[in-house]
Design a protein around this ligand. Structure first.
Ligand code: PMP
Length: 425
């Protein structure tokens, strides 16, 4: 990382008084695993107007259904009965009509379940934390993809697991499971993003999902299926969810070993903080106890507003989102095709927000970011932080969700020029 970028992320020195407390010596042992991500700190500073950024993997604010949401708040607050309920405490499981809507929708998507199988969470990020709390004792094994969602690693880190990151071909070509598990705590927790993963944009095929379940059976592994981007498919055909396949073979959701995480963050608005866990009742009951201890419940009024929004024109809204993200993805893929030098390869997402770029060996994504900012005023996220164990430094993540078509064209051109220079250096 260049010195000027480094100065950007070096905290300012402050004068320490002689009476300063020794906080570091008082924090719990688990805090040794909880660290600020250098990359996230750096990305915060990239909000400069002349930088073309492919870094932020967040929804396009132009697609937020602001009017629908405003109508929801207005209607609820104007109603004397609804407003009393909406501004009051509510049950930790979540607002029943919203859980019913989720259960019906998941049932239609091949995952027959009822509202008792569902608990609302403050985004799916909270579900990751509560699942870590429920399942992980220090030293337990967490199996993840290589690479995986950085936020899941951050959530699980506080519970001090040992990660096992699965080789890329393990699900398609098989792997020596005994060797993989040697010396590790048995009965792992497996975390996967089967649809349009963050950070790669890649989905698991049906055969890979079946292989994952078969492996879970052999290892007695609890699976977490993070479906944050599932509703954002803009090409190809939907693949059954891991939970759906699990329910089919196990005979019902209460016999399943998979916990499914959904969210309205990518489709409605992340600020509402509405996500959910769907799984066997025996697990949901325990999660409800943890949710109670953490924050009692998701904002009552937000759940009621979200329920109104999803029961009125949600599918048309999704149609619009898919069209918009699909169009941007096609612009990015075409620009990459046109401009990227030989030796650079990338994923071809059918949904979600991300393209993953594999650079030739020897080109470090973090070093490239420093140069990209300085020389080309273009930004992205280096690949390395997305790996739990075996880091691949020569990869980067691009997101097409925020920039305009023209910005995507220009940004990819700048990036290709820079990568070309790096290859020839
Ligand atoms: N899972 C994945 C794969 C994500 O990309 C994100 C958002 N970055 C989340 C979970 C968390 O989203 P939320 O808490 O807003 O539902």
């Amino acid at each position: 990382m260049s010195s000027s970028v480094r100065t950007l992320i070096t905290p300012m020195t402050t004068q320490t008084s002689e009476r300063a407390q020794d906080w570091a010596g008082r924090f719990s042992e688990r805090m040794s695993r909880v660290r600020a991500s250098e990359i996230r700190e750096l990305l915060k500073l990239l909000d400069q107007p002349d930088i073309l950024s492919f870094a932020g993997g967040i929804p396009d604010p132009g697609l937020f259904p602001a009017q629908e949401i405003q109508k929801g708040y207005d209607a609820i607050l104007a109603d004397p009965v609804l407003s009393r309920q909406a501004l009051q405490y509510s049950v930790s499981e979540g607002y029943l009509p919203l859980r019913q809507w989720i259960a019906e929708r998941m049932t239609r998507d091949g995952m027959p379940c009822g509202p008792d199988n569902i608990m609302l969470t403050a985004g799916s990020q909270q579900a990751l934390d509560l699942i870590g709390k429920l399942f992980l004792t220090k030293g337990d094994t967490v199996m993840v993809a290589r690479p995986t969602y950085l936020g899941a690693l951050q959530a699980f880190n506080g519970y001090e697991p040992a990660y096992l990151d699965l080789p890329e071909t393990a699900l398609s070509q098989g792997v020596d499971e005994a060797a993989l598990m040697a010396g590790r705590a048995p009965r792992p927790l497996g975390y996967f993003v089967p649809d349009f993963a963050n950070p790669t944009g890649v989905s698991l095929t049906l055969a890979e999902r079946e292989a994952l379940l078969a492996m879970a059976d052999r290892l007695d592994m609890t699976l977490v299926e993070d479906a944050a981007y599932r509703e954002l498919r803009f090409a190809g055909e939907a693949t059954p969810t891991v939970l759906g396949l699990d329910i089919t073979r196990s005979g019902g959701i209460d016999n399943a070993r998979t916990l499914f995480l959904g969210t309205l963050s990518k489709t409605l608005s992340p600020a509402l903080r509405i996500g959910w866990v769907c799984g066997p009742k025996a697990v949901i009951e325990k999660l409800v106890l943890l949710k109670q201890g953490a924050d009692l419940h998701v904002s009552t009024i937000n759940q009621m507003v979200a329920h109104r929004a999803v029961t009125e024109g949600y599918d048309q809204h999704l149609h619009r989102l898919r069209g918009a993200y699909g169009a941007k993805a096609r612009v990015m893929l075409a620009a990459l095709e046109r401009t990227m030098p030989k030796g650079v390869t990338w994923s071809h997402p059918e949904g979600g927000m991300f393209v993953w770029i594999d650079l030739p060996e020897g080109i470090d994504g973090a070093a490239l970011l420093a140069r990209a900012i300085e020389e080309e005023r273009v930004a992205f996220v280096p690949g390395a932080p997305f790996f739990a164990e075996n880091q691949t430094p020569n990869a980067i993540r691009l997101s097409y969700s925020l920039p305009t078509d023209a910005q995507i064209e220009e940004g990819v051109q700048r990036l290709a020029r820079l990568i070309g220079k790096a290859i020839n250096a």
